[in-house]
Design a protein. Structure first.
Length: 280
């Protein structure tokens, strides 16, 4: 007799894990997830809603009677303690780059018995990124600053820098590090991109320029200031390919078409430090 020892009731405390479960065809095992998971993956909305990796609660987890909890950075020590107190098997993820993300996909796929599907998802991501790299190889490489938070100012993660490179840009700043407005102003990037965690595509681009004193920056004068949907760049999962195409459209608009989830400042007045924004 053959027994299936793979987890059947999974709690996901991070959107990336939920997206990976969907991509490998294991979303039917999801019994609970965060409200952010449901935002990124509407098919997960039927699951119970629990707090995320930062604010996890033991009682919420145990109430769903799971056999696996998946969480990912950022963690808070108290939340990790709550997860461990639940007594449920716990998989904690902390990806830094694209290779880490591929490993996370393979790990989750292996745990739920979908290793082959996981390998297919990874191969498809790699192929799409490599294809983009080939398309942008002969193009110019403008300098790009991409941020994941605005106050304090934090540069986007290493995997975003890798996607910027594949999309035909050169990254400004140190990925994942806090920086200051003056330093980025002095770097004078040709393109500014904001993808704030939890903000969707609602980053206030005009206020960024006004409050930071960036109106004379090259990217602003050329109106090359963009917002990209949060989940396209900050969810380390297969959805990153959507961010790849948004980056390509922002960096090389003459070559790549506008895509949903990309928003651009259309006009900037140096005198008033205001901006008009066009949604694309």
């Amino acid at each position: 007799m053959t027994y299936d020892h793979t987890p059947r009731r999974i709690v996901s405390l991070q959107p990336s894990a939920t997206v990976i479960l969907q991509a490998i065809g294991a979303l039917d095992r999801l019994v609970a997830c965060t409200k952010y998971c449901a935002d990124v993956c509407p098919e997960a909305a039927a699951a119970s809603i629990v707090d995320d990796s930062w604010t996890a609660k033991q009682a919420q987890i145990t109430a769903t009677n799971p056999d696996l909890v998946i969480a990912a950075v950022p963690y808070q020590a108290k939340a990790v303690t709550e997860i461990l107190r639940s007594g449920v098997r716990f998989l904690g993820l902390a990806p830094k780059n694209l290779n880490d993300i591929y490993v996370d996909i393979a790990t989750i796929a292996g745990i739920v018995g979908r290793a082959d599907r996981g390998a297919q998802v990874i191969a498809a991501m790699q192929a799409e990124i490599e294809h983009m790299r080939e398309l942008t190889a002969p193009l110019s490489r403008p300098r790009v600053f991409c941020e994941e938070w605005g106050k304090p100012l934090i540069a986007s993660q290493t995997w975003v820098a890798e996607l910027v490179q594949a999309a035909g840009g050169e990254i400004v700043g140190i990925p994942g590090r806090q920086c200051d407005f003056a330093t980025i102003h002095n770097e004078n990037p040709e393109i500014l991109i904001a993808a704030w965690c939890g903000a969707g595509d609602r980053v206030p681009l005009e206020r960024i320029i006004r409050d930071r004193g960036w109106s004379e920056m090259g990217a602003v004068r050329e109106r090359r200031v963009f917002a990209i949907r949060d989940e396209f760049l900050n969810t380390p999962a297969p959805t990153l390919t959507l961010g790849l195409h948004a980056l390509a459209a922002a960096i090389h608009p003459q070559t790549f078409p506008v895509v949903p989830g990309l928003r651009q400042i259309s006009d900037v007045s140096p005198k008033s430090h205001t901006a008009r924004v066009t949604v694309v």
